[in-house]
Design a protein around this ligand. Sequence first.
Ligand code: ASP
Ligand code: MG
Length: 305
Amino acid sequence: MTELRSVEKSVKVKREVLEVSSELMSLMGQFLRQKGFIEILPVIISPITDPLNHSVFNASIEYYDGQYSLTKSMIFHKQLAMRIHPKIFSFSPNVRLETQEKRKSGRHLIEFTQLDLEMRGATREDVMLLVEEMLAHTFAMVKEKFESFLKDANPHFSIPKTPFKHVKYLEALKEYGDEFESVLSEQALEPFWLIDIPIDEREFYDKLDDNEKTLKDMDLMYPYGFNEASSGGEREFEYEQIIDRMKHKGNDFESMKWYLEEVKKGIPSSAGCGIGIERLTRFICNLSSVEEARLFAKVPGELSI
Ligand code: ASP
Ligand code: MG
């Protein structure tokens, strides 16, 4: 039986870290509102959720004759929201019951929050430019407000220089081998984009490029070994193409039937991404793990309050 993680550990988060995290969410929300985005309320349970590209323990709830899943990401709801409003964001709580080895990464919690954003008719490039501008602005404001704390806590804190470098996934893999993400993140002094991720390495909803091998998607990577910050991309939105991609990936059609019915009626093209709040807080405050980036952190392999 798994021990309950001590309550003391779960609440041992520096006050300044919580203040930075709170400020980050406020600044990014303000920034997006100024750009014409609206904040929508997050979805916590739904019969449809992100199948992810790796397996996690099941997190679902029986309800009458059906089943709700806890949201793994808001991707499908973001696509459906595009029918109503062209620019949306949400601070979306995600539950991904990862296995305990994931704890070592310092980047995984089984409950985390992402700033999920989506833009109708946008390209991957539009999203990258928006995120670059948002982060540069947010870092500058945070620096001003938390100057003395950050000086002590994070000797390499700096306002990211835009535009960020683009690194092609397959080229990096060829040059640095399987561990290329960590290698590149450790070498880097600035955030950078990992782009053109191969079809088998991501979920079916990232749009396939004309070359039919790589996707029009991107991961944002932090420097100094902090690794993945965000993933996103242009989306598949055409019914036939989505069916092909799900078949290719071996996704379950039954659990996705409501999504597919909606896609059949028509959903707009869009692009977007999800930026992990705990990872961003960890990076800015130079923390050894996301465990220190939020109160009541749910660590893989443990039970916590
Ligand atoms: N796929 C992202 C995730 O991992 C979200 C996104 O693409 O917007 O949650
Ligand atoms: Mg993802």
